[in-house]
Design a protein around this ligand. Structure first.
Ligand SMILES: [Fe+2]
Length: 365
């Protein structure tokens, strides 16, 4: 039997499992289930709260309904389970607190068959849960046809069209005359930090990969940020409070600019988003006295991201489609060392619709 204690301002309800729900009279007014439309939306505004109201009586009816009477004669009823659910709310899906962080040397990207995903049900849920929890999944056996990457997005959300179009081609031909393309390696980065908001999902669908080398490297940026916090706490703190300018300027189509931090945290210090892209960082109008400390922190961040043990490597084969959280996972490519074609098609989408689809699938379980 739940145990109830209250005074004029607050109420404590201890459930049979030992959990205590503790709520203020203002919270109890604001969450009144009777003040919701049938669609679940609130009917009242915060301006409707009665700041003079006190709890004058509270009782459990039939063991599972809490009746609260206020000094203004208002009665509020909560089912005990309903009150417990409202008190817990839902988790912040973007927060590192609810994710599995990984070091590349101990991690391999989960693979899910495309045929199972389009059949619906558990395979799609599993693939999306991988993106939520570890930031990445590799779909296998996506037909090697241009444009298929957009069909992958249709399984969970919406294409984020940009000035590059709905999709973009990453195509390289290494000819015998330029075999030593060692400088074609690209360091670990997040895409498009010059957009605000940056696309939070990236897809890369492999249509051909005949080159030697040309592996894909992935780094868990949340794990890298935690490593930075451990190794260089001052640098970590500085990067969370310093906004950095990024820019993509193309004479004909775009002049995209942003002022965003390398590392974003929530009020508890959990990481919610990271960025790193040395190619698109813009000129830094820093005061002289701030320059050394900023470069120290920026250097520390780059060094942690570049540590070989942070990265997991995989070689994409035709039909593979990588789907990853671009607010978290950094991607890189190793240099090509021998001839052939490499053709990937990329596209962007956003996490909100992916989480929405995943939540619906998990609600239905
Ligand atoms: Fe990229």
């Amino acid at each position: 039997m739940p145990r109830l204690v209250f005074d004029a301002e607050q109420l404590h309800l201890t459930l049979d499992d030992g959990q205590t729900l503790a709520q203020h009279v203002l919270w109890l007014q604001d969450h009144d289930p009777a003040r919701r439309h049938a669609n679940g939306q609130r009917l009242d505004s915060v301006l409707d709260l009665d700041w003079d109201a006190a709890i004058s009586e509270a009782a459990l009816e039939e063991g599972d309904v809490l009746r609260v009477t206020l000094s203004n004669a208002r009665e509020i009823r909560y089912g005990v389970d309903e009150l417990a659910a409202l008190s817990t709310g839902f988790l912040d899906e973007r927060s590192s607190a609810h994710k599995t962080l990984w070091q590349g040397s101990e991690f391999s990207v989960a693979r899910v068959e495309w045929a199972d995903v389009i059949a619906g049900g558990e395979a799609l849920r599993k693939a999306l849960a991988c993106v939520r929890d570890s930031g990445v999944v590799c779909l296998r056996g996506v037909p090697v046809e241009p444009g298929k990457v957009l069909e992958v997005i249709e399984q969970f959300g919406y294409v984020r069209e940009t000035n590059y179009g709905k999709l973009f081609d990453v195509r390289t031909e290494v000819s015998p005359s330029n075999l030593a393309f060692s400088n074609l390696g690209l360091g670990a980065h997040t895409d498009n930090p010059y957009r605000d908001p940056a696309p939070s999902i990236q897809l890369l669908h492999c249509l051909s990969n005949e080159v030697e080398g040309g592996q894909t490297l992935l780094v868990d940026g949340f794990a890298a940020a935690e490593r930075l916090r451990e190794l260089a706490p001052e640098s970590f703190a500085l990067l969370t409070r310093t906004r950095v300018p990024f820019r993509f300027h193309d004479a004909d189509h775009a002049d995209l600019r942003s002022w965003v931090p390398f590392i974003e945290t929530d009020h508890k210090g959990n990481i919610r988003q990271v960025r790193y892209n040395n190619r698109s960082i813009a000129s830094l109008p820093l005061p002289l006295e701030a320059q050394r400390a900023f470069y120290r922190a920026y250097h520390d961040w780059a060094r942690v991201i570049g540590q070989p043990e942070q990265a997991t490597r995989l070689r994409l084969v035709p039909g593979d489609c990588l789907l990853f959280d671009n607010s978290r996972v950094m991607h890189a490519r190793t240099a090509f060392v021998a001839g052939g074609n490499r053709h990937l098609q990329g596209a962007y989408a956003d996490l909100d619709s992916l989480y929405s689809t995943l939540n619906l699938l998990e609600n239905a379980r």
